[in-house]
Design a protein around this ligand. Structure first.
Ligand code: AP5
Ligand code: MG
Length: 214
C-alpha cells in the first residue's frame, strides 16, 4: 500500500507517519526530512534549498521530484510507503502519478489532515525533536515521559527547526493554501481522498487514519 499524508505545516504528518512505520512496518519518505539532511550535509542540493526552506517557501518541483524519483526508480523499491509532505503542487502530483505508474504501482489513499491555523501555529512553535533518532515532541501535547530524555532512544539532545517561527510559519501556511490545497480537489476527483480531523488528539487521529485505510 502507498499512501500520502496531505496537510498544512503542523497538521501531524510526521507524527502519524512514524506511528504507521512502527505499527505496520511501512516506510516513511518525508521530503522535508530529506531536504533537511541535505542542508545539514551541505550537499549541492542542500546549498540550493537552505534559504528558501528557512523562509518557509517551497523548494522547486524539479529538485523535489528529482529526489523522489531517485528513490522510486531504484530497482529494489517495493512501495509500502507513506509519502509525508509530497506531493505539494499539482506538477508534483502529476509527476508522482507517472513515476508510480512506470513501476506498475498505485497510490492507494491520500489522507487529508485538516486543522485550523491557530492550532498549527501552537503546534510548530512548541515542537522539538530528538537529535539522535528524530522522534518529535511537543512542550504541551507530547512530552517525553522523563523530562529531557527521548522515549525512543534515550537521547538527551533535542533540536528546534529553523523554520518553526512565526514569520516562516506565515509563509508556510500561505504556500500550503496557495500551492498544496488544490491537491484536495485533485485527489478527490481521482477517488483516493479521505479526510481526517487533524485537530483531534494524536491517538484519535491514528484511529481515524486506520479506519480510512480499511
Ligand atoms: P516539511 O518538513 O514537510 O514541513 P511541513 O509541511 O511544514 O510540516 P511539519 O513537518 O512542520 O508538520 P507535520 O505535519 O509533520 O507535523 P508534526 O507531526 O511534526 O517541509 C519543510 C520545508 O521543506 C517546506 O517548507 C519546504 O521548504 C520544503 N519541502 C518539503 N517538501 C516539499 C515539497 N514536496 N515541495 C516543495 N518544498 C518542499 O507535528 C507538529 C507538532 O505538533 C509536534 O510537536 C507534534 O508533537 C504535535 N502534534 C502532532 N499531532 C498532534 C495532535 N493530534 N495533537 C496535538 N499535538 C500534535
Ligand atoms: Mg513533518
Amino acid at each position: 500500500m502507498n499512501i500520502v499524508l496531505l496537510g498544512p505545516p503542523g497538521a501531524g504528518k510526521g507524527t502519524q507517519a512514524r506511528i504507521l512505520v512502527e505499527r505496520d512496518g511501512m516506510v516513511q519518505l518525508s521530503t522535508g526530512d530529506m531536504l533537511r539532511s541535505a542542508v545539514a550535509a551541505e550537499t549541492e542540493i542542500g546549498k540550493q534549498v537552505k534559504a528558501v526552506m528557512e523562509s518557509g517557501g517551497l523548494v522547486t518541483d524539479e529538485i523535489v521530484v528529482g529526489i523522489i524519483s531517485d528513490r522510486i526508480e531504484q530497482p529494489d523499491f517495493k512501495g509500502n510507503v507513506i509519502f509525508d509532505g509530497f506531493p505539494r503542487t499539482l506538477a508534483q502530483a502529476d509527476a508522482f502519478g507517472e513515476l508510480l505508474a512506470k513501476k506498475g504501482m498505485a497510490l492507494d489513499a491520500v489522507i487529508e489532515m485538516r486543522c485550523d491555523d491557530e492550532k498549527l501555529v501552537e503546534r510548530v512553535t512548541g515542537r522539538f525533536t530528538c537529535h539522535t533518532c528524530g522522534e518529535g515532541y511537543h512542550t504541551s501535547f507530547k512530552k517525553p515521559k522523563v523530562e529531557g530524555v527521548c522515549d525512543k532512544c534515550g537521547g538527551t539532545e533535542f533540536t528546534h527547526r529553523h523554520d518553526d517561527n512565526a514569520d516562516a510559519m506565515r509563509s508556510r501556511l500561505l504556500a500550503y493554501y496557495k500551492e498544496t490545497s488544490p491537491l484536495v480537489g485533485y485527489y478527490h476527483a481521482k477517488d483516493t481522498l479521505a479526510l481526517v480531523d487533524g485537530t483531534a488528539e494524536i491517538d484519535e487521529v491514528t484511529a481515524q487514519i486506520a479506519e480510512a485505510l480499511n
